[in-house]
Write a protein that binds this ligand. Structure first.
Ligand SMILES: [Zn+2]
Length: 596
């Protein structure tokens, strides 16, 4: 049965460039997963967008002397450009300042209120006497009440990942003025009652389908739920930037960004359905128990509480979307939240708080996108924090990607193109070695496919490289450049076997290396495209116009299967697939970053 794979990607704040750590941790993995499932013939819907609310954006606007809307427009545009350059096949990449997103957020808010998962209470909020204003979450910094980290943010600690109320911070200081003349004052707000969702969470997090969740995710979530310490969490703030509260009397307050940002997965699906002219189609992607539906949330580890605790609670709290009393009347809970650890640089964390170390946009301009996609997947922080170094980048590109796969393609296709009249040679009867090699590579569709499906992308890439190495070994043993001197037909058979293997390997590599696989496809003489194409569009609604990134897969011809290569097929003049990097890259890049 064809599956429906809903790929949900973390929503970045439009307050600063995304860097290669974010790419390795949160953006590349979902695209690899989506591309694999597109090739496998499943229906895929990959959505995300820029988070346009939240104090990182208003803080940035205050600091730059501009408006939040201008900050959003600038960075949202940069994200769309960078994601397109890196080939991230979003079916819709939108943002949260749209009428659609406001409507969906209001709908959830009112449902949660009606079902008593939202309540009102007076709380203490930090007020800066120096600045004469409230200090919602990121306007304040202090010492983490749980682990003692010195620069903990107002809503969450970057060190231990715990979330808390800003009033719990020790020694708070204003991010605007640095002032410490801060007092807690009473103010009325709305709260999401996570305590009320605790029994549901404990039951859900212990269902058997959680067996293949990453240990870091499931252990964290179970510990939070089973501690029974979850409590009401404020979802409104004393701010003037953000989504309004759909209840009279709260004009000077706004919905707090963490509540509306996760709703983006649902609202983006609805926006996609609407702009593709099938407004009810979102239900196919959101009904619990819909046939073949699976949903995956690709995030960094700092987002685990929001996706494994809070968002499932919000979906549950919404209640039935239809009144027929069946399971499928409820909103779909996450099938998996494959959160990654951090990709670190040197000794400090690869976080935008430390400045824009290597932005996605710069990365796309500096080296081949597939070289980045290869290296960042090979170094991906799937199970542990891992370290990015330029030495490692150069080493992986040169000794693995170029030496193994790139050279195989170039050697085989160049030689065949020159010596066999630019056509795939006609093979003679295949000997045991020929058959064994082809069988090994053909088996890769099952073996490598299972790894992609299990979100084990490093392992999938490793396995594919080993297969490519097998073809190199075969090529060196057969040595068609020697063979041709005495047995031209035998050389043709060896090359045919290699080209058939390359034809399959290009598909096995394609989820990670879509651009170079397309090039190989082209060299092999095919005219169609393995994947569809990305494009930008402008959507207009009652809140104005917004730029979106989209994907059209209707012309995609790639299939996750061992298709037969036709002898005699005309090849195209091959070109070098990957550039070998000069060792001087390391020093140049470190100097550019101001290191050493
Ligand atoms: Zn902490």
């Amino acid at each position: 049965m064809t599956k429906r794979i809903h790929v949900c990607v973390a929503w970045p704040y439009a307050a600063g460039d995304r860097h290669i750590g974010h790419l390795a941790g949160a953006y590349l993995p979902p695209d690899i997963f989506a591309r694999y499932h597109r090739l496998a013939g499943n229906q895929v819907l990959m959505v995300s967008g820029s988070d346009t609310h939240g104090t990182p954006i208003t803080l940035r606007a205050d600091r730059d002397g501009t408006s939040p809307a201008q900050v959003v427009e600038h960075y949202h545009g940069r994200f769309v450009q960078g994601f397109q350059q890196f080939g991230l096949t979003f079916d819709l990449y939108t943002h949260t300042d749209t009428q659609n997103h406001w409507d969906v957020t209001h709908d959830l808010f009112l449902r949660h209120l009606e079902r008593a998962y939202i309540y009102k209470a007076v709380q203490q909020q930090l007020y800066s006497v120096d600045d004469q204003r409230w200090l919602p979450d990121r306007y304040v910094e202090g010492i983490c009440p749980f682990c003692g980290f010195e620069s903990a943010r107002g809503d969450q600690c970057d060190n231990c990942g715990r979330t808390y109320d800003a009033v719990e911070l020790k020694h708070p200081r204003s991010k605007l003025s640095g002032g410490t003349n801060i007092e807690a004052r009473p103010t009325e707000h709305f709260f999401l009652d996570l305590g009320k969702a605790t029994d549901f969470l404990i039951e859900w997090l212990n269902r058997p389908d959680k067996a293949d969740w990453r240990p870091n995710v499931i252990n964290f979530a179970r510990a939070q739920a089973e501690s029974r310490e979850l409590r009401g969490r404020p979802i409104t703030r004393d701010l003037d930037w953000g989504i309004t509260i759909p209840v009279p009397g709260y004009d000077d307050k706004r919905i707090y960004v963490w509540y509306d940002a996760v709703i983006g997965y649902l609202s983006a699906t609805k926006e996609w359905a609407s702009i593709t002219g099938q407004p009810e189609a979102w239900l196919d992607w959101w009904q619990e128990g819909a046939p073949g539906l699976e949903s995956y949330y690709f995030i960094g580890k700092d987002n685990i509480p929001f996706h494994a605790i809070i968002w499932p609670s919000m979906l549950h709290a919404y209640g039935p979307i239809q009144d027929d009393g069946t399971d499928s009347a409820w909103l779909k809970l996450p099938s998996d939240v494959p959160a990654n650890e951090y990709l670190t640089l040197g000794d400090f964390k690869f976080s935008s708080s430390f400045g824009n170390v290597i932005s996605i946009n710069e990365a796309a301009e500096s080296y081949q996108v597939d070289a980045w996609r290869y290296a960042l997947t090979a170094m991906a922080p799937e199970a542990n924090d891992s370290e990015f170094t330029w030495q490692e980048f150069v080493r992986r590109v040169n000794t693995e990607l170029v030496a193994n796969w790139g050279n195989l393609v170039n050697r085989v296709l160049n030689f065949t193109y020159k010596r066999f009249g630019g056509r795939v040679p006609e093979p003679q009867a295949l000997d045991e070695a020929d058959q064994a090699l082809l069988e090994t590579i053909r088996d890769g569709f099952a073996g490598v496919g299972a790894l992609y499906e299990a979100r084990k992308f490093k392992a999938a890439l490793d396995a594919t490289l080993r297969l490519s190495q097998e073809v190199n070994r075969y090529l060196n043993e057969k040595a068609p450049w020697q063979q041709i001197k005495s047995d031209a037909a035998g050389a043709g058979t060896s090359l045919y076997v290699c080209i058939q293997a390359i034809d399959w390997l290009k598909v096995l590599f394609a989820p990670v290396l879509p651009f170079s696989s397309q090039q190989v496809h082209h060299f092999l003489g095919y005219d169609d495209r393995l994947f569809g194409h990305q494009y930008t569009d402008v959507v207009t609604d009652a809140r104005g116009q917004h730029l979106v990134l989209r994907y059209d897969g209707s012309q995609a011809a790639g299939r996750w299967e061992a298709t037969s290569l036709q002898p005699g097929q005309a090849l195209r003049q091959p070109e070098t697939l990957f550039d070998k990097l000069d060792e001087s890259v390391v020093d140049q890049e470190l100097a550019r970053m101001g290191i050493n």
